[in-house]
Design a protein around this ligand. Structure first.
Ligand SMILES: Cc1ncc(COP(=O)(O)O)c(C=O)c1O
Length: 382
């Protein structure tokens, strides 16, 4: 028998998912693991979202939809841009996707060719690097060092070294939680446009910022590709539903590629997601709990010898320097899981160069779990 293996399959593992798998294995054995490893809300989707899904199931027929999504959902997303940002967005520029993960795949395929240089920040969300690497795109990682976020100066310097075709950033970011201030975001986009660099803005953590109102990249340009999702603020990770707002020229190329790759996003999740924008009261209560957890971690983690390596402006992550305890955050995370039964994500996922010095703690869980996890870590370190 001949088994063919492509070089793409050698892509770096997503270590957070490996930690989650180990945590799940321990849980299945009855070990009371608290997971601060994976960025997912512990709350279910809002009640009205689940009610809409239940009704759709009762009605029975779940099928393919238009490749770019149900008209009703594209309209609801466009209305969200009017309500939340005061922006007029044509529903025709919105593509509904199977989570933002599929949106990345589609954006990269429609925007870049193999060998094109595309910049991302390090630390950053690992799937950007892994998907681009699998597609043969030349990933240019810009090390942020002591700086919290990517800015125009970084882009100019990287472009000077060798021209870039694109740049992708997230604000609020994963793993740092850092938010790019509005004036810096505007300068970054203006600089990219002046240099002929295409912009992808990952806005999946919008509505989860604690200090400043959200600013979408669409405020500054209609040539940017914006990616967003129902996974985080809307508590719908498992529903696999997200969206993009595309420049006019990209709508048809994305549609053509999506027709063959995905046919359509899941109809059940689309029907349910239409309701998500009307669930603000329920979702703001969830966000209130994140804010409470954030206060606790912001105080306690540095006390335990984990100083913050970035400001906790948004999302639900504390990104910490762990060098007071270890120089190998991967081994440290494994030991913490095995001995203290607390799972957190080693920095290696987010930064191949400096990640051995950092760890990410997700505070999307319950407040009681956060209190207990910190107590366990304190006992374990003693
Ligand atoms: C920055 C960022 N973008 C995208 C995703 C993927 O989300 P989904 O595919 O569930 O929309 C994540 C998930 O953790 C993320 O942190």
């Amino acid at each position: 028998m001949v088994v063919s293996l492509s070089r793409r399959g050698n892509v770096e593992p997503f270590h957070a998912m490996d930690v989650l798998a180990e945590a799940n294995r321990l849980k299945a054995q009855g070990v009371p693991v608290i997971s601060m490893a994976v960025g997912q809300p512990s709350d279910p989707a809002p009640a009205r979202v689940r009610a809409a899904a239940a009704k759709a199931l009762e009605d029975g027929r779940i099928g393919y939809t238009d490749t770019l999504g149900l008209a009703g959902l594209r309209k609801a997303i466009a209305e969200h841009y009017a309500d939340h940002y005061g922006l007029d967005v044509d529903p025709g520029r919105i593509a509904v996707t199977t989570g933002s993960s599929a949106a990345f795949n589609l954006a990269f395929l429609a925007m870049f060719d193999p060998g094109d240089r595309v910049a991302i920040a390090a630390p950053g969300y690992p799937a950007y690097r892994n998907i681009m690497a699998a597609l043969g795109i030349d990933v240019v990682e810009i090390e942020l060092g002591d700086e919290a976020y990517l800015h125009a100066g970084h882009l100019e310097a990287a472009h000077r070294e060798k021209p870039l075709k694109g740049v992708l950033f997230a604000s609020p970011a994963n793993p740092t939680g850092a938010v790019i201030p509005a004036d810096e975001l505007s300068a970054l986009i203006r600089t990219a446009e002046a240099l002929g660099i295409a912009v992808i803005s990952d806005e999946i953590y919008h509505r989860l910022a604690y200090a400043a109102p959200d600013t979408t990249a669409l405020r500054y340009s209609n040539s940017v590709t914006v990616i967003n999702s129902f996974s985080k603020y809307y508590c719908m990770t498992g529903w696999r539903i997200g969206w993009m707002v595309l420049p006019e020229e990209l709508v048809r190329p994305v549609e053509r590629i999506a027709q063959s790759l995905y046919i359509s996003p899941p109809e059940l999740s689309q029907i349910a997601a239409i309701e998500a924008f009307a669930a603000t009261e329920e979702l703001e209560a969830v966000k209130g709990r994140y804010a409470w957890n954030r206060e606790l971690l912001m105080k306690r983690l540095p006390e335990l010898g984990f100083p913050l390596a970035a400001p906790m402006d948004g999302a639900f992550y504390a990104f910490c320097d762990v060098t007071r305890h270890t120089n190998d955050s991967m081994a440290f995370a494994r030991r913490m899981l095995a001995e203290a039964h607390v799972a957190a994500t080693p920095g290696r996922d987010f930064d191949t160069q400096a990640g051995h010095r950092t760890m990410r703690f997700s505070y999307a869980g319950s407040h009681d779990d956060m209190v207990e996890a910190l107590a366990r870590i304190e006992r374990w370190l003693r």
